[in-house]
Design a protein around this ligand. Structure first.
Ligand code: UDP
Length: 398
């Protein structure tokens, strides 16, 4: 660790969803190693944000956090609108809070979530340089960078593109545990053969319809493969219904096919709402991962060398699925049938192919190479570490 008397300060403005808070906390932890202190400003969408609080409170003491006053949204406001508005409506509170909590420190940069561009104005008011932590793939970033060109074609000339520092992958080393949702999945994994378990999880907010939930259950059962499934109660309208609350409101077990839990006892374990995903993916018994392709989940799969079944649901997840299945060839991609669902027969085939088929072996071998590449970029001489060191130099020399 470098030594310096009074640490320079970096302000971070998160978005309320856990999937957005996690990468920023990972960046904060790395900055602490460069002798920075970090203050988080977290807009509060009005949900309890239990996990976010738990995660932020568990960080080293040079990382502090301020929860901005809670907002109120009607239940039917879609998640993406709610994230954006949470940040926009919190700007006055951010300004006051930033002023009060950074009075006696030298803030050299403000790093904001990609939904938090409005915070740029606050940074500039206080003479602080703003940065965005763009927490998804480079293809999505180049798409975003293409937007000014489209804008230019159809309206005013667009501004120059900002510099890009590829500091990722920003991956947790252990998942936050939810105290009162603790479950025995790690103990169960200890008892399973090496590489035999298919882990099924659609992130913090991913939700299936009732019909799709049935097909998935029947497909897993039919495959005969071992599985660990994080199940949430279905919703026929929104695919990201628990994005903020994480926890299913209704008991998800009530929505599983009759007799499913009894019939799959021994081969499968179903846990409600949440599992310690990083611990599951790093466990030797885990042999595959059915994922909604959220970028954190994608990177966690890569860093632990686990081949994937890509089942995108919302946001840029379809783009991530194309990258994983067609470009990197480390995932099988599910196909929706003429009834608008992924059918049980297909699910059973994907599960078998990934865990015990030849195709699974090919995907696993390619994934291991990616795992090595991810390890290399994070090593002290790797491109990611060097890129972060570049940013740190800029901030220290201001
Ligand atoms: N996660 C977890 N347990 C769960 C579901 C999710 O630990 O049961 C973590 C997962 O490890 C990841 C994050 O929550 O770090 C989800 O982020 P991602 O970008 O994959 O998806 P999002 O939830 O934002 O759609």
């Amino acid at each position: 660790m470098e030594t310096q008397e009074a640490p320079l300060h970096v302000a971070m403005v998160a978005a309320p969803g856990i999937g957005h808070v996690i990468p920023l906390t990972e960046l904060a932890k790395r900055l602490v190693h460069h002798n920075f202190a970090v203050t988080f400003f977290v807009p509060n969408d009005g949900t309890p944000m239990k996990l976010q609080k738990q995660l932020l409170q568990s960080l080293p003491k040079s990382i502090s956090s301020v929860f901005l006053p809670p907002l109120k949204f009607d239940e039917d406001v879609p998640a993406e609108v709610r994230i954006t508005l949470s940040l926009t409506l919190s700007i006055p509170a951010l300004r006051d809070s930033f002023k009060a909590s950074t009075k006696s420190t030298q803030v050299v940069a403000m790093v904001v979530d990609s939904f938090g561009m409005d915070a740029f104005d606050v940074a500039r008011e206080f003479g602080v340089e703003p940065y965005v932590l763009f927490t998804t793939n480079a293809m999505a970033l180049s798409f975003v960078f293409h937007l000014p060109k489209l804008d230019q074609m159809f309206s005013d000339p667009a501004s120059n593109l900002p510099p890009v520092y590829p500091v990722g992958p920003m991956v947790q080393t252990a998942s936050a545990h939810l105290v009162d949702w603790s479950n025995n999945c790690l103990k169960w994994l200890n008892e399973q053969p090496s590489g035999s378990v298919l882990y099924v999880c659609f992130g913090s907010g991913g939700i299936l319809s009732q019909e799709q939930l049935n097909e998935l259950a029947m497909g897993l059962e039919r495959s005969g493969q071992r599985f660990l499934w994080v199940v949430k109660s279905p919703d026929d309208k929104a695919t990201n219904a628990t994005y903020f609350s994480l926890e299913s409101i209704k008991d998800p077990f009530d929505f599983l096919p009759t007799g499913f839990l009894e019939r799959t006892k021994g081969t499968g374990l179903v846990v409600p709402s949440w599992a310690p995903q990083v611990q599951v993916l790093s466990h030797g018994s885990t042999g595959g991962f059915v994922t909604h392709c959220g970028w954190n989940s994608t990177l966690e799969g890569i860093v632990h060398g686990v081949p994937l079944i890509a089942w995108p649901l919302y946001a840029e997840q379809r783009m991530n699925a194309v990258l994983l299945a067609d470009d990197l060839k480390v995932a099988l991609r599910v196909k929706v049938n003429e009834h608008g669902v992924v059918g049980r027969e297909d699910i059973s085939k994907y599960a078998k192919a990934l865990i015990e088929g030849e195709e699974g072996t090919l995907l696993r071998n390619r994934m291991r190479k990616l795992k090595d590449a991810a390890k290399m970029v994070l090593s002290p001489d790797g491109s990611s570490a060097k890129s972060l060191a570049n940013v740190v130099e800029i901030w220290k020399n201001q």
